[in-house]
Design a protein. Structure first.
Length: 97
């Protein structure tokens, strides 16, 4: 993608404005920024004396954990689906034989 396909979006994360350039649609970029900002604020609400950069790091780790758990769950579902397809295929082949 070229720079012409990129758009600039100004978002507010943890009370600070940031202008981001992305190939993603602006609304998607805003949703991502809101997720990050909300997670930082959630962490700050539980640990009010936490330095802002530490809250951002903890938010990033929390989001990464959520991502990897979802990825593992999706991979497990995919394996279950593959196993079910193999079982059904065997049953169909046996019935046709």
């Amino acid at each position: 993608m070229s720079d012409q396909d990129r758009s600039s979006v100004t978002v507010r994360i943890a009370g600070e404005e940031h202008t981001l350039r992305s190939n993603a649609p602006p609304e998607y970029t805003r949703r991502c920024a809101k997720l990050v900002s909300d997670r930082i604020e959630e962490i700050r609400s539980r640990a009010t004396l936490l330095e802002p950069h530490r809250a951002a790091i903890l938010a990033a780790l929390s989001i990464a954990d959520e991502y990897f758990r979802a990825l593992e769950a999706a991979e497990g579902e995919s394996a279950d689906t593959t196993a079910a397809i193999m079982t059904l295929t065997s049953r169909i082949e046996e019935a046709l034989a």
